[in-house]
Design a protein around this ligand. Structure first.
Ligand code: KIV
Ligand code: ZN
Length: 510
């Protein structure tokens, strides 16, 4: 009998800590639905004490998701834990994840606490959390650079206090696979009550070793891996869910455990997260990159055609390539449209919004023959912007001709007031952004401009991400349209809308 390897997804928490990856409540719920459908055991939905918005998002996920445990992160502080307990009160199964730093460098410089004080605080945190749930996870932050004797002491104390999962984070992505595996082995051996808790790992990818470190830990007895879709996360990211899951599934001859993930949901989940956050997936990314199953060289193609296993260790369809369902065409009715949205976990707030989105769906179906789930997600993301945002694109005319200077003329709405502008530029997108800046003079610096096609073919919608920075703030704006210049204008305005909204939110680890 294989052991069960628990998959703890932290896309909505650590993933959201990537600069510019912040998600709205509706986006988080949509992603949580996809994670639940995929069979993720634990969904870390956020850090409720960060802001009221974060609290509401975690609450919405806890109230909606019923097939996975919903978890909230809390510092080892009573107020954080109370807020987290409240946010999770509607969950079918709730977990509180509390943490405190344990490395000498963090304790001295960040916490300014002695090791003894840190242990006492951790134990208190577990007691506070136990007022809300008996499913309690504890993380000694920066465990990868902590002293082993101290780790053994604090972990023994928190198990005694009631922690049921011990998560060992390599917070700064510093350890090597054999070393990290050995750390898990030693902790399990040396802590007298280690059999009373599940060992978990949470690895960052600063040296590109997050997945290797996680798998090495699994070989040494870890039975929970914390990971994110597409490896999203702080700095270089976290261990990628799809790589961990597929490594364990593909090498069942090697690993003594398996997950209960339905792998056919992996690619749709990857596309959803990439679309919502605007973080594109690199083409050669394992499992979910566009080239992951493409065979360019003649020798490989020949081998694959004769016998697929010559060069393929996994099947594209097993991870969800080609699984995107074709949605009815332009003749489909409102009910079919509504029920597909429901299947995707999308609840629109009112009949009026449904009608408006359906009308836009029809317009899109007129331009683009086949409509896929990805198109629907983009349509709904756009709808939220149309309804809530201060700046909206009303119309755009572009003039481009070989040998002529590109020119854009546009109309935007600023809280209902129409503003008109025109500009030349080095290309149509540059001219469009120039016209917007003439009107809004944002003072923001562009950090990234990227265009991707949502589905295949030249009739596909282009999805544009614009990353802007102003002072300390970095935001990502997204826009989708079959016309990539229109998509670019929408993305630029969406980034400006985000820069405009006041976002005061605490970072859990700072
Ligand atoms: O990287 C880290 O240490 C974390 C903890 C909060 C688990 O994200
Ligand atoms: Zn982390």
């Amino acid at each position: 009998m294989q052991d069960h390897l628990i998959i703890f997804d932290t896309t909505l928490r650590d993933g959201e800590q990537s600069p510019g990856a912040s998600m709205t409540k509706e986006e988080k719920v949509r992603i949580a639905w996809q994670l639940e459908r995929m069979g993720v055991d634990v969904i870390e939905a956020g850090f409720p004490a960060a802001s009221n918005g974060d609290f509401e998002s975690v609450k919405a996920v806890a109230d909606t998701v019923k097939g996975s445990v919903v978890c909230g992160l809390a510092r080892a502080i009573e107020a954080d834990i109370k807020r987290t307990g409240e946010a999770l009160s509607g969950a079918s199964a709730a977990r509180i994840h509390t943490f405190i730093a344990t490395s000498p460098i963090h304790m001295k410089n960040k916490l300014r606490m002695s090791p003894k004080q840190v242990i006492a605080q951790a134990v208190k945190a577990i007691k506070w959390a136990s007022q809300y749930t008996d499913n309690i996870e504890f993380s000694p932050e920066d465990a990868g650079r902590s002293e082993i004797d101290f780790l053994c002491q604090i972990l023994e104390a928190v198990i005694d206090a009631g922690a049921t999962t011990l998560n060992i984070p390599d917070t700064v992505g510093y350890t090597m696979p054999a070393q990290f595996g050995n750390l898990i082995h030693t902790l399990r051996e040396r802590i007298p009550n280690s059999d009373k808790a599940v060992f978990s790992v949470h690895c960052h990818n600063d040296l590109g070793l997050a997945v290797a470190n996680s798998l090495s830990a699994v070989m040494n007895g870890a039975r929970q891996v914390e990971c994110t879709i597409n490896g999203l996360g702080e700095r270089a990211g976290n261990a990628s869910l799809e790589e961990v899951v597929m490594a364990v599934r593909t090498r069942q001859d090697y690993f003594p455990c398996d997950t209960k993930i339905d792998t056919t949901h992996i690619v749709p989940a990857s596309k959803l997260v990439s679309g919502v956050t605007g973080f594109p997936v690199q083409p050669n990314k394992a499992i979910v990159g566009a080239n992951a199953f493409a065979h360019e060289s003649g020798i490989h193609q020949d081998g694959v055609l004769k016998h697929r296993e010559t060069y393929e260790i996994m099947r594209a369809e097993d991870v969800g390539w080609g699984a995107n369902k074709l949605l009815l065409g332009k003749h489909s009715g409102r009910n079919a449209f509504r029920s597909r949205l429901q299947e995707l976990g999308i609840e629109l707030e009112s009949e009026e919004i449904l009608n408006h989105t359906f009308m836009r769906f029809k317009e899109l179906a007129d331009k683009k023959h086949d409509i896929f789930d990805e198109d629907l997600h983009a349509l709904v993301s756009d709808e939220v912007l149309i309804l809530q945002e201060r700046y909206r694109l009303l119309s755009l005319a572009i003039q481009c001709e070989t040998g002529e200077i590109p020119y854009a003329r546009l109309v935007i709405s600023d809280d209902g007031k129409e503003l008109h502008a025109e500009s030349e530029g080095s290309g149509p997108v540059d001219a469009t952004f120039g016209a917007i800046e003439k009107l809004l003079a944002s003072g923001a610096k562009m950090q990234l401009f990227s265009v991707n096609n949502i589905t295949c073919g030249t009739d596909s919608q282009g999805e544009v991400t614009v990353r802007l920075q102003k002072n300390e703030r970095i935001v990502n704006g997204h826009g989708a349209d079959t016309d990539i210049v229109v998509a670019s204008a929408k993305a630029y305005l969406s980034a400006l809308n985000k820069l405009n909204s006041k976002l005061e939110r605490a970072h859990p680890q700072v």
